[in-house]
Each structure stands twice: as C-alpha cells, then as structure tokens.
Design a protein around this ligand. Structure first.
Ligand code: KG4
Ligand code: ZN
Length: 377
C-alpha cells in the first residue's frame, strides 16, 4: 500500500480527522485506517441550532487532539504521510478556516502537499469508500443539512449537477420541523425515532411540484442537455412549503392563532400530545422520503444510470434506507447508501475525495487556496 493521507473536516459542527490508505484492488481503491469525529452537538443543542462563532471556537480547541487521535489509531506518524486533505467548502466560513489553516500549517511544516476538497465530493466518494467503485454512470443524491443535490456521475471523479433544492435542504426541513415540535436539535435522528410510533397517513402534507420555472428556479444545471427541460424541472426539490404546512397544522392543533411571530413557533409543540407529535413526524417524513426517492429514481431512469447512490446526513434515516432498498428491488437497479458512520459529516470521506483527485492528477502543490463558504462543485 502506498503511503496514507491525513484528512481534516471542519465545515460545520463536527471536528473530524481520518487517515486513509490506498489498496491494490482497483475495485475497492481506498481503506479507512482511522476516523475520529468530535461532535459539538451538545454545545449547539442549547441554542436550537449551530451557532457559527461557538462552532469555530470549539474547532480551535479540538483540532489538535482529534488529529493526534486519528494518527494514533491508524498507527502512523506524520513522516508516514504522503499528503493532507482538507474541506475547503462549502460550509461555515469560520469553521472551514480552522481546518484549512491547520491543514496548511501541518503540511507546510512537513513538506507535504495539501489537497483542498469540496464537501459534497466527500459525501459522494463516501459511497466508494464504503462499497467500492459504483457501476457507472451513477445518479447520486447528496442529502444533508445544507444540501439536497442530485448528481450524474458519468466517470470517476466527474460530478454533474442535475437537480437541487430551490429553497431549504431536506436536513434543514427536518431540523426546523423538529424545533417546531419541541423535539430539539439535531432534528433528523429524533424525528426518525419518534416517527416510528406515528401514523404516516394521519396528515396529508403537500408535495411541491416543480413543473414550471419560478423565480427560484436555478440556472439550467445541465446545459449539455443531460435531461429534457421538463424532466430537469421535475427533479428539482423544494421543502419550504412542506415546512409551512407543518407550521400551520401545529398552530391549528395547539389552538394558537394562525399567524404569530415566527419566533413563537418554537414553543408550539408543547401544546400537542405525544401521539399528535408522532403522527406529524411520521406524515412529514413520509412526504420527504417519497419526494427524495421519486425524483432520484426518475432522474436515474432518464439518465440511463446503472446505479443509484444516496449519501449525506439524511441518508442515515431509517425509512429512507428501507424504502431505497425496496425500490432497488422493484426497479432492478443497485442502490448504495453509506454506513451510518459515513453518512453524517466525517473526515474519511474527505480523504476519499482527495484520493480521487490525486488519482486524476492533482498534485496538492498549491497552498494558495482559501476556505470558501459558497464553493461550487
Ligand atoms: O451531512 P451532515 O452531517 O452535515 C451537512 O453537511 O449538513 O448532515 C446533517 C443533517 C442534519 O440536518 C440532520 O438533522 C440530518 O442530517 N440527519 C438526519 C438523520 N441523521 C442526521 N435526517 C433524517 N434522519 C436521520 N436519521
Ligand atoms: Zn455534510
């Protein structure tokens, strides 16, 4: 095995470091030697969401220890490494800066190259890290707290955007609905759990149909005509209407006036019974999962994909996983989802995406890049 790389991820509220090695098996090219994640959830829970300033300060506190732990667990020292990989963006700029500055300093002191990585390339390559090379072309949905984006992958390392959310990300909708129901932060795991006790047909929430261009319609994502225009619009996503529908229902059920201040909405869940909360969670989740899978599989069919991948924090969702599996059988197309440890943010996936770039000719010789909150893939 050639020399391993150290990878660092600090785009949001997890400080993560991993050591990734290269194998001699082209079908399963990379292996995880260690992966350490220090989560800041307990700090941000008190505030109901990630507080950027607190996040960057905590990254500063944690990064040295997390990197040391990753090297120790892998049984390597800095001299064994061949490169350092780091998330350049997108994410919270103060958080990203900690990882980027640390990676550059660590690498410069040891004469190592630094490979800047796009966070979503990391989520996509987490699938290859876990399962080996996907049958290509592939349709991969990255569904996280910040993104809901569908990519076409015609060849290794080429990511073509074919659909994305026009407003909220799916994970963001989970987090906001959980807050509204008084379930705390982060919302995804708790809605996933509470929904198991609920009736997913109790409430009929609307599905946003994007059959026409509206003012939020993004620029065409596939200028070379990957998808016909009407299909391209259909495979976009929108979750803000669903979130508002949940808010209206919660106001109605809790006897609150229909139009209050948005800030008051956070307390509304207190007026509901546990069964009502479970029913709302289950009904909300049914719509989110159905929309995500309907559109991903429709795009996959149009694109002639030979496999479907689903990654990012929301891919940890138990209902999404079960229904994705069921559709794999129904549509006779293999579906890949990362193990839970690689679904939510981690540095191993950043190492995998860097390995991909190095294989495609990146040298990591340029230290001139900086953290970029809105980096495009
Ligand atoms: O990928 P990730 O860790 O960070 C971003 O890049 O955003 O994704 C975090 C998101 C959060 O919105 C969280 O609520 C959601 O993933 N999430 C889930 C589950 N676990 C985490 N959503 C639904 N079901 C879950 N089990
Ligand atoms: Zn992420």
């Amino acid at each position: 095995m050639s020399r391993p790389i150290l990878a660092i991820e600090t785009s949001c509220d997890e400080t993560a470091a991993a050591v990734i090695g290269r194998t001699t098996d082209p079908a399963r090219p990379w292996t995880i030697l260690s992966s350490i994640v220090a989560s800041q959830t307990d700090i941000h829970r008190e505030w109901g969401g990630v507080v950027p300033e607190l996040a960057s300060r905590q990254h500063v506190r944690d990064i040295c220890g997390v990197v040391e732990a990753a090297l120790d667990e892998a049984g390597v020292v800095a001299a064994d490494l061949s490169a350092v990989a780091v998330t350049r963006g997108p994410g919270l700029v103060g958080s990203l800066l900690v990882g980027v500055a640390f990676a550059k300093a660590f690498a410069w002191a040891r004469g190592l190259p630094v490979v800047p990585v796009h966070h979503l390339a990391g989520h996509i390559e987490s699938l290859v890290l876990a399962h080996g090379e996907l049958p290509l072309p592939a349709a991969v949905l990255v569904v996280s707290g910040g993104h809901t984006s569908l990519y076409f992958i015609p060849e290794p390392g080429r990511y073509q955007l074919v659909g994305r959310t026009r407003d909220d990300a799916a994970g963001e909708a989970y987090d906001k609905v959980a807050k509204l129901l008084g379930l705390g932060y982060p919302g995804g795991p708790v809605i996933d759990r509470v929904a198991r006790e609920g009736n997913d047909r109790a409430y009929d929430f609307p599905v946003a149909r994007l059959t026409h261009a509206d003012r939020n319609a993004p620029q065409p994502t596939a200028p070379d005509g990957l998808l016909p225009a009407d299909v391209a619009r259909r495979v976009d996503f929108s979750f803000s209407g669903l979130k508002t529908a949940v808010l209206r229902l919660v106001r109605e059920l809790s006897g609150a006036p229909p139009w209050g201040k948005a800030a008051d909405a956070d307390a509304l869940g207190a007026g509901l019974t546990p069964q009502q909360i479970a029913d709302i969670a289950a009904s909300f989740q049914r719509v989110v999962v159905t929309v995500l899978l309907d559109r991903t599989f429709e795009a996959a069919r149009w694109l002639g994909a030979r496999s479907v991948g689903i990654s990012g924090g929301v891919s940890a969702n138990s209902r999404l996983r079960a229904e994705a599996d069921a559709r794999a059988g129904r549509y006779e197309i293999p579906v890949f989802v990362p193990p839970l440890s690689l679904s939510t943010d981690n540095a191993a996936m950043i190492g995998a995406a860097a390995m991909r770039q190095l294989e495609l000719g990146a040298t990591g010789g340029d230290y001139g890049f900086n953290a970029e909150a809105g980096l495009a893939l």
